[in-house]
Ligand binder design. Structure first.
Ligand SMILES: [Zn+2]
Ligand SMILES: [Zn+2]
Length: 599
């Protein structure tokens, strides 16, 4: 568990929200006496929810009524009392609550906790009671309901949610709520939420005509429209240039590979649930690739490598397909088909420190160029109490972890060391970027792998003439192009900096007689290397400006009689600042300079 998560679970806010979830459940039970079936109700980031199986769909009116009843319960000041009970007592107590009975089963077996989360040790079974309401619960709670501030509480929405997230199980109604210590905190949270909604990449994606999803194509498979594709190709060009400079070699690999490949890599053993069903050709099974690694390994193995060939750095925009439940798909942020900006580094032990330092510095520098300045970094290492479950040898883990730590220290990046979060095949660094709303988004991973080089019997011939196993590091920098683009849209609220803007300038002729001049000027600017459009509509000038403003175009170039006469354009920024009349050359120089500076 990360330190932040642990701190939250120990906070007063967590107890308030968990308690509010119980109060919510009491209010719902009273609304549907004898009929409401309870599932689970945990605190979550910024609030809480509770899942119910109810005889009918809830309305907004119901929510208001439930919320009002919650305030009463809160003010009645009921104590939260804990009791430890046996599994049999629990079964008696929840005899008419089938979901709770299932959870009690899991608790008794020591498989899941009362929220259905997997656990390792068999816990004691306890219940919490306030007023008439009893819930299967290990707490913690506030002492009394009136410790919840009724003015800092709000029910937000109702949504469908499958029992235990499984689409083969019943669909429940999930009530989301939020609770804070003060009314001020609640208000600030609601403001933040409103701002986040105004930045929602799905809304902006439609408004700016950047991407869409089509029912006919399938869920989670993004279609990049011309304007979105323009931004993507700028990103890719920039990325390619930086990677060339950084000593990476680009490779291209196919979208499918034989089952044999995925057997050797272990994907069919450990990752089959995340893969699409195979295609059969000439009695041979092929799988859509969920990852690019095995292909890069085949390139490595295409010839004998010597210690002099290393390090090798293979980079690719590799499009992968992974099965995600339709319920968790979310715009571009969670999709089924996406393009990773993937790279694999292969090096000798003596090169590892330098290699890791370089890749970390490189990653942070690229992320900074995309406008991110703050990073949250996690170093994931082994669970010291369960060392047997990891691949590789002790010395490799120690060296790899030391290299990761040294690199983080060398670049002066604070990080959090999280024990037990490493995957079985190697330690890793995860980089999250903070966006304009101070939200954290996971983008980059630098991941050691002690499993694949072994599985594929990779080697290089050392100075001693013997075969040695190279170190292998997976590195995704932007992560997924789809997801990173979604994050960028929200970060910039669709107002992309000049270097990324799909349309950098729009020519706005005041009247039809200025159209020819506008087209000529647009051609000139395109030749200079700018992405320019002419607004050819019959709209009046103000409507054209409003349209450009809506499209968040950085430069609006108004042309009327005066501009045609003088061979200039009147420049207006999307910030509404007016720069006045500039010659085409001066404007082009200015815009190109802004693009160059990535502003
Ligand atoms: Zn509880
Ligand atoms: Zn990989």
């Amino acid at each position: 568990m990360s330190g932040k998560k642990q701190a939250y679970q120990e906070s007063k806010l967590y107890r308030i929200r968990h308690s509010a979830a119980h109060v919510l459940a009491q209010a719902v039970m009273e609304m549907f006496p004898g009929e409401a079936k309870l599932a689970i109700g945990p605190p979550i980031e910024d609030g809480f929810y509770y899942d119910f199986d109810l005889p009918r769909a809830l309305t907004q009116g119901d929510l208001a009524q439930i919320e009002a009843r919650m305030r009463q319960i809160i003010q009645e000041g009921h104590a939260f009392d804990k009791r430890v009970i046996s599994a049999d007592e629990a079964r008696d107590l929840f005899a008419d609550q089938p979901y709770k009975l299932e959870l009690i089963e899991g608790l008794e077996q020591g498989e899941v906790d009362e929220m259905g989360e997997p656990i390792k040790q068999k816990p004691e079974i306890s219940v919490y009671q306030q007023a008439t309401f009893v819930d299967l619960c290990r707490g913690p709670h506030v002492k009394q309901t009136d410790e919840i501030n009724p003015a800092a509480l709000k029910l937000m929405s109702v949504a469908g949610a499958y029992w235990r997230g499984d689409e083969h199980r019943p669909m429940l109604q999930r009530i989301y709520g939020t609770a804070w210590e003060s009314a001020d905190d609640l208000e600030q949270y609601l403001d933040r939420l409103e701002e986040a909604q105004a930045r929602d990449h799905r809304t902006l994606g439609r408004q700016l005509d950047l991407f869409s999803f089509s029912e006919s194509v399938g869920p989670g498979l993004a279609l990049w429209h011309p304007k979105g594709a323009r931004i993507r190709s700028v990103m890719e060009d920039y990325w390619a240039k930086r990677h060339r400079q950084g000593g990476y070699e680009r490779v291209y690999t196919p979208h499918i590979g034989k089952s044999e490949l995925w057997e050797t890599s272990g994907h069919l053993k450990w990752y089959a649930d995340g893969m699409y069903a195979p295609l059969e050709i000439e009695e041979q099974k092929y799988y859509l690739k969920p990852m690019n690694c095995p292909f890069h390994i085949q390139i490595y193995k295409s010839s004998q490598r010597s210690y002099r060939d290393l390090p090798l750095r293979f980079a690719e925009f590799g499009t992968v397909y992974r099965y995600e439940r339709s319920g968790v798909l979310h715009g571009l942020l969670r999709v089924r088909g996406f393009t990773q900006d993937d790279a694999h580094l292969f090096c000798r032990p003596d090169q590892m420190d330098e290699e890791i330092h370089a890749v970390l510095e490189f990653s942070l520098s690229v992320l900074r160029d995309f406008g991110f300045e703050q990073f949250d970094v996690e170093l994931s290492v082994r669970d010291p109490n369960d060392l047997a479950k990891y691949a590789g040898v002790e010395q490799d883990w120690q060296m790899a972890e030391a290299a990761l730590v040294a690199a983080l220290e060398a670049v002066g990046q604070p990080y959090e060391r999280v024990e037990g979060e490493a995957v079985f095949y190697g330690p890793k660094i995860d980089i999250k970027v903070r966006d304009a709303l101070n939200r954290s988004w996971q983008v980059s991973t630098i991941q050691f792998d002690f499993w694949l080089p072994e599985a594929f019997a990779m080697e290089y011939i050392g100075e001693d003439g013997e075969g040695h196993q190279p170190y292998m590091v997976h590195r995704a920098l932007l992560g997924s192009m789809e997801r990173f683009f979604g994050v960028l849209i929200e970060h910039y609220k669709g107002a992309f900096p000049v270097w990324l803007a799909p349309v950098q300038a729009v020519l706005i002729p005041i009247a039809d007689r200025h159209l020819d001049y506008a087209r000529g000027a647009a051609d000139e600017l395109k030749k200079a290397g700018l992405r320019v459009e002419v607004n050819e509509s019959n709209d009046r000038m103000n409507a054209k400006i409003r349209h450009a403003q809506n499209q968040k175009v950085p430069y609006m170039l108004v042309v009327g009689d005066r501009e045609v006469e003088a061979g200039t354009v009147s420049v207006r920024l999307r910030s509404e600042e007016e720069l006045g009349a500039l010659s085409l050359e001066d404007f082009a120089a200015r815009a190109l300079e802004a693009a160059e500076a990535r502003s």
